[in-house]
Design a protein around this ligand. Structure first.
Ligand SMILES: [Mg+2]
Length: 393
């Protein structure tokens, strides 16, 4: 089995009236994600995904494609090291690491197909399921949040995450209302979207601890490890971060600085399944938990879920529930949640099949010409630069 070619496919979804949901970054108008397909000389296709700037992903894939042709896709770790070396000069963190991680996920898919085993089983898992949580509950009225929480419960979720960072009154009262709505048997996580100072994080964190919140995510920017370390252990609530970190080296700094209790390495961001496994081992050695971030598409969710299903100290995987077609429509068999657990396939590899009609419908023809908008994490066009005003505590 040899690699024939590597292909990037970029997807774009625009919300009706360019109005998806509201958070600290403004009104999300549209979404982006990139898929990576590794084709073999025997006709197999491995699928991965990357969540980064599509044009940057495209140039990295274009560089790596000819270098990977003719190689055995089952030699995943060896190819990871080669790709890391080929991109090191401009890479190591950010888009290059995310792009090589997308290829890595596709290679794991092929390794599983070649072994006729699902990836979660190759990794030592024994059960085709893992805990999952609904990631949604963006800025809304209390009544709107409560009815949305009921929808997540009805869909099978027993954990969900909401966005804070709006104002002090909302950040304390909205979680209290949602937690009361879902009850003591269901978990609520809170994401502060990097909007706090240490003082505000302490005030909000103590309230959240009293409510019984499950974790407190990204109160500070990812570079501000001093603030994480200052807050950690002072509010009675586990701290989580990692969606903005890349590679084992990046996570090593986070762990050594004692910044968090839960690391949120994401296969579609931080360097693929291979790197999430390394971060998982690092976390285990430091007695920390793993809870992969995921905010792009169903392929990324399934890639992260393979690791969670096979890792005893992994808590749960994130599933975007904002009405994202990359989650809801991309796969022939959509993601299925039963009693709080994402169901995984017994089929080999990642066990997924892309819905080609949906891929065609959502195709972004030219990743170098992205229509202006706020894409939830990426900004294109000055007209869309409308973040919420600075946080007032
Ligand atoms: Mg987050």
């Amino acid at each position: 089995m040899k690699i024939d070619r590597v292909e990037a496919i970029h997807l774009r979804h625009e919300y009706p009236n360019q109005h998806g949901f509201e958070s600290s970054g403004g009104i999300t108008s549209a979404r982006l994600t990139s898929l990576v397909l590794v084709h073999t000389d025997r006709g197999q296709i491995g699928v991965g995904s990357v969540y980064s700037h599509p044009a940057l992903v495209d140039v990295v894939i274009r560089q790596l494609d000819p270098l990977l042709r003719g190689r055995d896709p089952r030699e995943v770790e060896e190819l990871w090291e080669l790709m890391y070396g080929w991109t090191r000069w401009y890479g190591r963190k950010g888009a290059a690491m995310s792009a090589l991680g997308g290829i890595d996920v596709a290679l794991w898919d092929l390794r599983g197909q070649a072994a006729d085993k699902p990836v979660w089983r190759l990794l030592g898992g024994t059960t085709p399921a893992c805990p999952a949580y609904a990631s949604a509950l963006l800025w809304n009225s209390i009544e709107g949040l409560k009815s949305e929480a009921q929808r997540h419960l009805a869909r099978g979720f027993r954990r969900m995450k909401m966005r804070l960072g709006r104002n002090l009154d909302y950040d304390v009262n909205a979680p209290r209302a949602v937690k009361r709505e879902i009850g003591p048997r269901c978990d609520l996580m809170c994401d502060a979207s990097m909007r706090y100072t240490v003082d505000i994080a302490r005030r909000v964190g103590r309230e959240l601890a009293q409510i019984g919140v499950f974790w407190f995510e990204e109160p500070f920017a990812p570079e501000d490890l001093d603030s994480f370390a200052a807050l950690r252990g002072t509010v009675g609530l586990p701290l989580a971060a990692g969606e903005n970190e890349f590679g084992l080296q990046g996570f090593t700094e986070v762990v050594h600085r004692q910044a968090v209790d839960i690391v949120q390495a994401d296969a579609s961001r931080c360097g693929g399944i291979t790197e999430v496994l390394r971060v998982a081992r690092l976390a285990d050695q430091a007695a920390l938990k793993l809870a992969p971030h995921s905010w792009s598409d169903a392929v990324a969710v399934l890639a992260n879920a393979q690791v969670v299903a096979a890792t005893p100290h992994a808590l749960t995987v994130e599933v975007d529930q904002t009405g994202n077609p990359f989650i809801e429509e991309l796969l022939v068999e959509p993601l299925r949640i039963v009693d709080g657990r994402l169901q995984l396939s017994e089929r080999p590899g990642l066990g997924l099949e892309l819905n080609r009609a949906v891929v065609d419908r959502l195709l972004l023809e030219n990743p170098y010409q992205i229509p202006n908008g706020w894409y939830s994490d990426m900004l294109f066009g000055a007209d869309w630069n409308k973040p919420a005003p600075p946080y007032e505590g």
